[in-house]
Design a protein around this ligand. Structure first.
Ligand SMILES: Cc1cc2nc3c(=O)[nH]c(=O)nc-3n(C[C@H](O)[C@H](O)[C@H](O)COP(=O)(O)O)c2cc1C
Ligand code: SF4
Ligand code: SF4
Length: 439
């Protein structure tokens, strides 16, 4: 039996999957349908002085046939009245007492923070999330990422919120900074109970090349927006891990950014997230995506012997280190499984032009000269390429481009050299293995 329930900074929910503050968490009707579909919590669409949105407001970055691999928006915070939002939070919390409802907030003055925090808690919010992250529209008004980019302001507003709140306070951080650490630490100094990250990344998604206007187009103009969706996951993972591994940080993290499936969620948890928030994947495919996320997480936990989420949180953090601590003598080479290869030659092009020129068409002059042959004929016959392992630097590129799962594997080579890091090489003069691919 595995237990999916979590406690993230004192906010409890039946599973780690929360809707991020965004259109899918805009209203009571939506959040209730999401809870019925299986979501464990919801961070309500940011509350503040209701705004007027523009039309259009979203853009998609399609990559080689994959629609909206990246997503962009120029939407602001809630456009609905605070009264309506608070009434719906109250009704939803009453109906779903075990699910987490977190009120995302963004206002300006100390008095406004005091007032909106009281009203959120009166409405039944289990926690607050301070939106210091929105990179468009609100920052021009001195809110959102304008706060998140200034550690002093972040700390001060966080301390007001903590003073007025009787429920846990999460600070939502902006990724539009060169180093996330000072901003996480500012939230910590302000007394935050946890942080959530990332909000969206400043971006221009594309340009209408006939009208000469960037997208999304509002009449004849556009503006920069916030980038999110599957494409931002690597950036989000890095920022989460940066905080998780810092010895003095120590706050719970709610991980956000490009989570599209259970595996992404597991990665966020292993790098230090106690809960995982999702926006774009739900916008593109609906609340039902949580079913597979729950099933996949449960199977993963069973197969890896985890009985609680807490046991998983941060498991990969100690293995995230500096480049200078990596073993320079560790060596791998690529191997092709001729039974799986379909002979597409993608790996040949990639290695020839983008790596170290050591994959060759079978039967080519060079392959003949080097005496390279394929062991065991496969269905692709002579179209299975050959690898000159003596020149392979183990970079992974061929494995990345190969369309067939597990056709190319990176195999560890025992080269007789003891593990040596750059730091050890410099400080103790330890031997490095001979360079490959430097011809
Ligand atoms: C259309 C849209 C509206 C958003 N509105 C808010 C908001 O009101 N408050 C907020 O904190 N984040 C907002 N976000 C950011 C998301 O909560 C989330 O941080 C970001 O999209 C990254 O997650 P994802 O890759 O799963 O989309 C919005 C995102 C989108 C796409
Ligand atoms: S791992 Fe890199 S160097 Fe080796 S065969 Fe593949 S692409 Fe070429
Ligand atoms: S990319 Fe993969 S399938 Fe295509 S030729 Fe290379 S090894 Fe074979």
């Amino acid at each position: 039996m595995v237990d999916l329930s979590i406690d993230c900074a004192g906010i409890k929910s039946p599973n780690p999957f929360w809707l991020a503050s965004a259109p899918p968490a805009n209203s009571g009707g939506q959040v209730q349908r999401a809870f019925d579909a299986g979501w464990g919590g919801a961070v309500w669409k940011t509350l503040g002085q209701p705004i007027q949105n523009v039309s259009s407001r979203f853009g998609g970055h399609d990559v080689r046939g994959v629609k909206a691999a990246g997503f962009n928006n120029i939407e602001l915070i809630t456009d609905r009245s605070l009264e309506v939002n608070f009434r719906e939070i109250y009704e939803t919390k009453k109906k779903y007492p075990k699910h987490a409802i977190i009120a995302s907030l963004m206002v300006e003055t100390r008095e406004e923070w005091k007032d909106i925090i009281k009203r959120s808690i009166d409405a039944g919010a289990d926690g607050l999330e301070l939106n210091f992250g929105c990179p468009h529209g609100m920052c021009e008004r001195g809110m959102g990422s304008a706060v998140g980019q200034e550690p002093k302001v972040n700390q001060e507003i966080t301390s007001w919120a903590v003073e007025y709140s009787t429920v846990p306070v999460l600070v939502k951080l902006t990724p539009n900074v060169s180093d996330i650490l000072p901003h996480g630490m500012a939230a910590r100094r302000g007394g935050a109970h946890g942080v959530s990250l990332i909000n969206t990344i400043k971006s221009i998604i594309s340009v209408d090349i006939d009208r000469f206007v960037p997208e999304p187009r509002v009449g004849g103009l556009s503006t920069n927006g916030g980038y999110c969706g599957a494409a931002v996951k690597p950036i989000a993972l890095h920022m989460v891990a940066q905080l998780a591994r810092h010895k003095e940080f120590g706050l719970p993290i709610s991980g956000i950014g490009g989570v599209s499936n259970w595996r992404d969620a597991v990665e966020f948890i292993l790098l230090g997230s106690s809960s995982v928030q999702v926006c774009t994947e739900v916008m593109l495919r609906g609340y039902g995506v949580v079913e597979d996320m729950i099933d996949g997480l449960e199977s993963y936990m069973k197969s890896h012997g985890f009985s609680t989420i807490a046991e998983m949180v941060g498991k990969a953090v100690p293995q995230y280190s500096e480049w200078g601590n990596l073993d320079l003598n560790y060596e791998t080479v690529a191997k092709i499984d001729p039974q799986k290869c379909i002979g597409c030659q993608l790996c040949v092009a990639a290695c020839q032009d983008g790596a170290h020129q050591c994959i060759h068409p079978q039967g080519s002059d060079l392959a003949k000269k080097l005496g390279l042959t394929v062991l065991g004929a496969g269905p692709a016959g002579e179209r299975v390429p050959v690898i000159d392992e003596s020149e392979c630097v183990g970079c992974n590129l061929c494995k990345i481009v190969c369309p067939v799962p597990d056709c190319i594997s990176m195999v560890e080579v025992d080269n007789g050299y003891a593990p040596t890091t750059w730091n050890e090489h410099v400080s103790q003069g330890k031997d490095l293995r001979p360079k490959k691919g430097a011809h």
